[in-house]
Design a protein around this ligand. Structure first.
Ligand SMILES: Nc1ncnc2c1ncn2[C@@H]1O[C@H](COP(=O)(O)OP(=O)(O)OP(=O)(O)O)[C@@H](O)[C@H]1O
Length: 582
């Protein structure tokens, strides 16, 4: 039950609401026992002619009062118990989301989005069922059965009650096997649902690629396979439930027949009155629900445990990147960066992506990073943002080891334009203002102007209030890229990292953005990852990475003199320029 710890913590939080719910449930169950008794008394009174019209009305009023208690009570227990279950589900969902936000990139590299989404839907739903309906079912199955049996013994007959109780033994034994089996099948069902969610999520996100490569049929077939697997696993659960419910009905039916036979015999023998016999049959009827509830209770609890186990796997996941005990009380950064023998591999089993990089980026200067694809350029950006850990002493900012700078300070002092230019499903204005506390229009517009996107935005009918679709599909790739630059510029941090941020703009716009950057970023540090010489040639220092190594390092002029990789790239791109001009 270790898996249920998080849930137990939340159940404790709502103990008062649960207690009120259980108390009203008890009152309802207890009060409902009086209806058969009052009905039996009226029957006996009428048969023996010991009651008249007054007595009959009196009996009916008693039944009515019990009916009102039942109506109010049933509202109250639903409100308290189902309400608590909904609160627990809501709290757990918040906890899960907050926990996921703390997890490092390594976790997201290993886990699929669809799978995580399934935890938020199906698993939390199963936990809610275990925290709500299961509580009622378990209470009814145990307390109601005990109360009904007591009433049967005290009010009617011990022998008859023992006979009626025999099926309960079968149900109790069968329930143990049923619970184990349903838990296993439910786990498989949830896994199939995760895979299906993942498939749907990937296919919808990648729909443009699918269409461009005319792969719709293949995707449809793959989806159908995942969907069938999901259906089959669901059928596994349905089959076992479908077997158990008729079995319960049979057991209950046999029990009713036996009690009818033996009870009828007792009436004929004069050992019990007809009224008691009628009341007894109503009590047997009242045992049907607790028996069914026992089945449901086992189902809900088993499924809840399986889901709690799956969710617990997320909660035990520890963030790899966090502030250590030796964290320094640094609240702001200037932007002096130094790499000292920076060597990095993503995992212990993969090869080194960066090898022995040593250089300084002084505050207020611009470093450009060039290199073939896969040479490690973006990795440098990831390491500066501490999305992955580096060994102590390899990266320092303002003389502080990066691992000792508080994460909040580090990331607040770096503005970053990622390569994928992710935009949220929100207005352009809010997207640009994402990294700041307000969304003051003047500031948003200034940043948009510096990123050369303002003129495009004001052409949209809703201008800055234009909604950007999921992943920014309603605006062009270049516009998305420049909106992303504007977002970073508005943050106005001491360090700016542009990861291939000018790849989708024409050379004129590129020139304009670069000159705006020079003006706005004076005195601040900029790291510019690029593929084009035109983007980097005015940078103070240029680093050429080759297979993770520092192949060349210097200013534009120095690198041209070296007549190496950079000089060749320059010549090639000059040639291309001339050809374009022709
Ligand atoms: N999360 C990761 N796990 C393992 N390896 C990774 C991961 N991310 C990148 N790599 C590998 O690290 C190497 C460097 O990747 P990086 O993204 O830094 O290259 P890049 O120079 O920025 O390339 P590009 O110009 O194509 O953006 C590549 O070989 C890549 O496959």
């Amino acid at each position: 039950m270790k898996e249920a710890n998080k849930i137990v913590k939340h159940i404790k939080k709502y103990w008062l609401s649960y207690s009120l719910g259980v108390l009203t449930l008890f009152i309802v169950d207890f009060a409902s026992l009086y209806i058969p008794q009052f009905t039996g008394d009226i029957t006996d009174g009428l048969e023996m002619q010991t009651i008249g019209m007054d007595g009959l009305l009196n009996g009916i009023v008693k039944i009515l009062i019990v009916g009102i208690i039942l109506a109010v009570g049933r509202f109250a227990w639903r409100y308290f118990i189902f309400g608590s279950a909904r609160n627990i589900e809501c709290d757990l969902r918040n906890d899960m989301f907050a926990h996921l936000e703390t997890l490092s990139m390594g976790y997201y590299n290993k886990n699929k989005t669809g799978d995580l989404m399934a935890h938020f839907t199906n698993d939390l739903n199963a936990i809610r069922m275990a925290a709500g309906p299961a509580v009622i079912c378990t209470f009814d199955a145990v307390i109601m059965t005990v109360m009904v049996l007591c009433k049967m013994i005290l009010h009617v007959n011990l022998g008859l009650t023992l006979l009626a109780a025999i099926p309960l033994v079968f149900i109790a034994v069968g329930g143990v096997f049923y619970g184990k089996s349903i838990e296993k099948r439910f786990d498989e069902k949830q896994k199939a649902f995760s895979d299906l969610s993942d498939m749907a999520q990937e296919s919808i996100s990648g729909v443009r690629v699918i269409k461009a490569f005319v792969q719709e049929r293949k995707e449809i077939a793959a989806f159908a396979r995942a969907n069938k697997e999901n259906k089959d696993k669901n059928m596994g659960v349905v089959r076992i439930q479908a077997t158990v419910i008729p079995l319960l009905d049979i057991v209950i039916g046999i029990s009713s027949l036996i009690t009818l036979l033996y009870g009828g015999y007792l009436v004929i023998q004069g050992e019990i009155t007809l009224g008691r016999f009628i009341a007894f049959n109503q009590y047997v009827g009242m045992l049907v629900w607790p028996m069914l509830a026992a089945g449901d209770s086992i189902t809900f609890i088993s499924q809840g445990i399986a889901s709690a186990r799956r969710i617990q796997k997320i909660f035990v996941e520890k963030p790899e990147i966090f502030d250590g005990e030796d964290v320094l009380p640094v609240e702001s950064l200037e932007g002096d960066i130094s790499f000292c023998g920076l060597t990095f591999a993503f995992t212990e089993v993969t090869s080194e992506v960066l090898k022995d990089i040593t250089l300084d980026i002084e505050k207020g200067t611009t470093l450009a990073v060039l290199g073939r694809t896969g040479s490690g350029k973006s990795t440098i950006a990831n390491l500066l943002l501490r999305l992955y850990n580096t060994e102590p002493g390899m990266i320092a900012i303002d003389g502080h080891d990066i691992n000792r700078i508080p994460l909040k300070t580090l990331r607040e002092n770096i503005a970053y334009v990622p390569q994928d230019n992710f935009l949220f499903s929100d207005t352009i204005r809010n997207n640009i203002a994402f990294g700041t506390t307000g969304n003051e229009m003047i500031k948003v517009q200034e940043a948009a102007k510096a990123a050369c996107i303002h003129d495009n935005i004001i052409e949209f009918p809703l201008q800055y209030e234009t909604l950007v679709g999921e992943r920014g599909v309603t605006i062009s790739g270049g516009q998305k890229q420049r909106s992303s630059i504007a977002r970073a510029l508005l943050k106005d941090a001491p360090i700016l990292i542009l990861d291939d941020a000018l790849s989708a703009v024409d050379t004129n716009t590129e020139e304009e953005i670069l000159s705006n950057l020079k003006r706005d970023r004076a005195g601040k540090t900029t790291i510019m990852i690029a593929h084009r010489i035109s983007t980097v040639q005015n940078a103070d220092r240029i680093l050429i990475l080759d297979n993770g190594e520092m192949a060349e390092y210097g200013s534009h002029e120095e690198l041209l003199k070296q007549d190496g990789i950079y000089a060749r790239m320059y010549e090639k791109q000059q040639l291309e320029k001339q050809l374009e001009a022709v």
